[in-house]
Design a protein around this ligand. Structure first.
Ligand SMILES: Nc1ncnc2c1ncn2[C@@H]1O[C@H](COP(=O)(O)OP(=O)(O)OP(=O)(O)O)[C@@H](O)[C@H]1O
Length: 951
């Protein structure tokens, strides 16, 4: 090997400390040399015979920069006194000569060939990690379900069905209306997660009632790693004070706020409307009150936002709580052009109800003969469809297939089916039973004449200041609690005052471990109270809660619910029970209702229990009955004559039976068919499970941790502790706190141990690590030996990896259409490609290690041959690009074309397909076509291989 000559003014780069930038030889004295690294303001001294340095020499066409930051292209170079003088040209064509000493020092070598020739040769393991990362990244990008598997949630079919359907739409606008406690929050989280991860949504505004702010904040973070910022008046004002011109809502991508606060604070309202958002989510949307003449401030805000924001999710368990008009009002937010006329909507809904009943009868028919016999059904259905040949089909299989087709066609036509998803406990199995216990207590004596039935129901209002000692419900509760010391109890009453007084009484007079939760408390104190109640060992036994606590909150760890009074709204009653009867409840839900015998309290209890069966079942028709009989019910509750109530109760029972029957027969059936498809849900779950590959992920992350210097230890079975190591190659590792993290790769473990992070392929740490590998140079050069009988010993091979660079916006998800994760070539000195006979895995398994300094010397000696190999690989890649691009285009066209056709067909029969959806698909196709046309295969990594004789 020729002797290395060092001379002052030469530029070198450190092989072990590349981050120092370009060094200048400052002094050569005897066997020592000193280098100055101006970019890092550091100096180093080395022994000249084994300095870990590589000489930096630019060649023709290389891009360089002078110390003034001007970019130049090298035209030629000349050596004078062992230093290089470059002749270079600026972008505007001016020629300059530049002594290498005047090169900018802030140079980072990132390109594989630059790093290789600068002596920055990585380990083979790092090269392998790079390839593995590209493979996994490609696999994730290809999946239509990317974004659905990373949540710390059970894979529940009804939720995954909805999330997979909605998440695949362009700018979805839907009403999530599952029954109370079936997991609408989780469905919304899954949809957001999917849209955020795939880049189709970046900025989300999440509006919820005050009392649910914290719960949403925690659920989104804990279950989906989505870090929302709560924007309340205080934070808003603080940010405005700091910078009066800024819009505080722009400070974060994910904002969570109280809908009431925003609607009523003029400054906040103006600011939120003034921002760009991609997605709006509104929880408990039934609170948005609308009428043709007057709407609430919340509704008006929602209307303004929904008109400007592309994707909208509205959540409510009771879509028709305030009748058909309120249901219409919410659909109107989602699609004002389609839902503009309440009268028309009401007619259409009735129409669908009829159709639904007919379809259900058709579904019940087993054969063409049976169907033909039902002439009435035939005639009625014929008003809706061409029945075609269904009556003539001979076999039951043929009849079943045709029947399925007709029903599917009808579902497509069913407008709101695309906008509205509603699952009930009938679809979702595994819910516990509800058991109602009533307690008839001493009668109440009062002479007061009352005109408001609520005063009778909330008897504390009747009894005055001494009520705590006089109200039989209180004495009953004292006894009951004594007998159930080991059980947690949620008590709900209508008014905050009642909850406060009860709590104080039980705590002070009876030494109960209790907490209170009501609307007059600050949000922080409410959350504290809920947390104290949730504590297993030392927590409160009973939580006294006003109606505020009956909405949205998760109290399923508790089994007993005391209804201290009853609401007049059946939906509110269901909301109360829904705090305990929700996913995660492991025991029967015990509902306790104490009442004064013979009072309005007893009547209301009988009303719900005997009349509507609303305690032990979800009473689907109860709110309709209550709505229709509201005035006579008030009268009957107040009446001195109990027979008035008895007659009304009978009427309610009959009405409830009829309506329940009608609802069961009618629209619900159609809606449920639209809201859930067991076959699709099962295939989604199967795909998610098979893509989860927790063992493979553990193996991959093990590789990542060791490459980046992150420490990993076993914690307990199925979990690990991850800590920043002493030799981290970057200061920060994505998602890793300074004091480390305990994590598991297993969903079942993550569900039972909330203190463990759930590391899935979609976890920010995993995705962040992948980004780190792909967007940094680690592993983009390597050198190894490879024993081979077929190739001459001593010859060189170049393993070159190219990736496709396409300048396309993220939301187009171009990666879904690329046929391969990367193009790998294995070029020999005669230009032949051996990639097929020697695949990546076999090379990496057989690769022999070479000491780094030997590799550096070999690279510098064989520089010309290696450069030739790189040029050859680049030529081959350029030749193969058109074929690669064509494959991607054809895949893209195939997928988008069939999607577009399906949507166009659907749009002909279903007015709920918005023109924007069709336009978006057509535009995406064009944008993808352009992006693919302009894409290029770019060299991402190289490994030089020297062939050795087999041992
Ligand atoms: N897939 C799931 N895996 C684990 N827990 C779940 C899942 N789905 C729902 N849960 C839990 O069940 C409870 C009810 O879910 P959620 O709050 O989303 O219901 P909801 O339909 O929004 O209820 P409400 O109508 O009361 O607002 C919550 O505690 C939630 O965390």
């Amino acid at each position: 090997m020729s002797e290395v000559i060092f001379a002052p003014g030469q530029r070198w780069v450190s092989n072990s400390e590349a981050e120092l930038g370009l060094g200048i030889v400052k002094e050569v004295s005897g066997r020592r040399i000193s280098l100055l690294f101006p970019a890092a303001a550091e100096e180093r001294t080395y022994a000249s015979d084994n300095a870990p340095l590589s000489r930096v020499i630019y060649k023709e066409h290389d891009q360089i920069c002078n110390q003034e930051g001007i970019k130049l292209t090298v035209i030629a170079r000349q050596e004078i006194n062992d230093c290089l003088i470059y002749l270079a040209v600026t972008d505007d064509g001016t020629e300059l000569t530049l002594h290498e000493m005047d090169l900018a020092s802030e140079v980072q070598f990132r390109q594989p060939q630059d790093r290789l020739f600068a002596g920055q040769i990585d380990k083979n393991r790092e090269f392998d990690l790079r390839l593995k990362t590209l493979e996994h990244h490609h696999r994730l990008q290809q999946s239509a379900l990317f974004g659905l598997s990373g949540g710390r949630v059970q894979l529940l079919p009804h939720q995954l069905y909805i999330a997979s359907q909605v998440g695949q739409r362009y700018a979805p606008r839907v009403l999530l209306a599952d029954e109370v406690g079936l997991g609408k929050t989780i469905e919304a989280g899954l949809i957001m997660h999917q849209l955020l991860l795939t880049g189709r949504v970046n900025r989300v505004l999440l509006l919820v009632p005050d009392s649910l702010l914290h719960q949403w904040l925690v659920e989104m973070l804990r279950r989906f790693n989505l870090q929302f910022t709560v924007m309340d008046q205080e934070r808003f004002s603080a940010q405005r004070e700091q910078d009066a011109d800024s819009n505080p809502f722009e400070a974060s991508q994910l904002i969570l706020a109280s809908v009431t606060e925003l609607a009523n604070e003029a400054e906040m309202r103006a600011a939120v409307v003034d921002c760009d958002w991609d997605m709006l989510v509104i929880d408990e949307a039934h609170h948005l009150q609308w009428s043709a003449t007057q709407s609430s401030a919340e509704y008006l805000l929602a209307e303004q936002l929904a008109a400007a924001i592309e994707s909208v999710l509205l959540l409510t368990a009771t879509p028709e709580q305030l009748g058909v008009a309120s249901h219409f009002a919410r659909l109107r937010l989602l699609d004002p052009q389609r839902y503009f006329d309440l009268q028309l909507f009401t007619e259409q809904e009735q129409n669908f109800q009829t159709l639904s009943g007919l379809l259900q009868s058709l579904e019940d028919c087993e054969s063409a003969a049976e169907f033909s016999k039902n002439t009435q059904l035939n005639q009625l259905l014929a008003d809706y469809f061409e029945l075609g040949q269904i009556k003539a089909l001979q076999t039951t299989e043929a009849f079943a297939a045709e029947k399925k087709k007709l029903i599917a066609d009808a579902l497509d036509r069913h407008g709101t089916g695309r906008l509205l998803f509603r699952n009930t406990r009938d679809t979702v199995s595994g819910f516990p039973v509800r058991i109602c216990h009533s307690y008839a207590l001493a009668a109440l004596t009062s002479d007061e004449v009352v005109t408001d039935p609520l005063i009778l129901i909330q008897s504390e209002r009747l009894l005055g200041e001494q009520w705590l000692t006089q109200d039989a419900r209180v004495a009953w509760l004292v006894d009951w609690l004594k007998q159930h010391r080991q059980d947690k109890v949620l008590l709900i009453c209508a008014r905050a005052e009642t909850a406060i007084e009860l709590e104080q009484y039980f705590r002070v007079q009876h030494g109960c471990r209790s907490a209170v939760f009501h609307e007059q408390m600050t949000l922080v104190n409410r959350d504290r109270a809920a947390a104290y109640f949730a504590e297993e060992e030392q927590g409160a036994q009973i939580l006294f809660c006003s109606e505020t606590g009956s909405e949205g909150r998760n109290f399923q760890f508790c089994q007993h619910l005391v209804m201290f009074d009853l609401p007049l709204s059946a939906d509110l009653l269901e909301q109360r029970i829904g705090r305990l009867d929700r996913i995660g409840q492991k025991n029967a839900v015990q509902i306790h209702v104490p009442y004064h015998s013979g009072s309005a309290q007893q009547r209301l209890f009988d009303w719900y229990h005997q009349g509507l069966n609303a305690f032990e079942q979800v009473a689907t028709a109860a709110s309709k009955v209550n709505e229709q009989l509201a005035a006579p019910l008030t009268e009957a509750l107040l009446s001195a004559d109990s027979s008035v109530f008895e007659r009304l109760l009978q009427q309610a029972r009959e009405m409830n039976n009829t309506l329940t029957q009608q609802l069961g027969d009618g629209r619900n059936w159609l809606l449920e068919r639209n809201s859930f498809d067991a076959e699709i849900a099962a295939s989604v779950i199967e795909e998610i499970e098979s893509a989860s590959r927790s063992l493979e992920l553990a193996d991959y992350m093990d590789h990542v941790f060791s490459a980046f210097g992150v420490d990993q230890q076993t914690h307990s079975s199925d979990s690990i502790i991850i800590m920043p190591g002493d030799h981290m190659i970057y200061h920060d590792f994505p998602g890793l706190p300074e004091d480390g993290l305990t994590a598991t790769f297993h969903r079942h473990k993550a569900l039972s141990r909330e203190d463990l992070a759930f590391l899935s392929w979609e976890h920010p740490m995993v995705l962040g690590a992948m980004d780190l590998v792909m967007h940094n140079e680690l592993g983009n050069t390597a050198f190894c030996t490879l024993a081979s009988e077929r190739l001459p010993a001593g010859s060189l091979l170049l393993e070159a990896v190219f990736v496709m660079r396409c300048a396309a916006p993220r939301h187009l998800q171009i990666g879904r259409y690329l046929p391969e994760n990367y193009l790998r070539l294995l070029i020999d000195q005669r230009g032949r490609n051996h990639a097929d006979s020697l695949d990546a895995q076999s090379v990496s398994q057989r690769a022999g290690r070479i000491a780094k300094n030997t590799a550096q010397q070999l690279v510098s000696r064989a520089r010309t041959q290696i450069q030739d190999l790189i040029s050859q690989a680049q030529r081959t890649a350029v030749e193969q690009t058109p074929q690669y691009v064509e494959q991607a285009k054809s895949q893209m066209h195939q997928q988008l074309e069939s999607e577009l056709q399906r949507m166009q067909q659907l749009a002909r029969v279903n007015p709920d397909i918005r023109q924007q959806e069709l336009d978006y698909l057509a535009q995406s196709r064009q944008l993808l076509e352009d992006a693919l046309t302009n894409s290029q295969l770019v060299l991402d990594a190289i490994r030089v291989i020297i062939v050795t004789e087999p041992s």
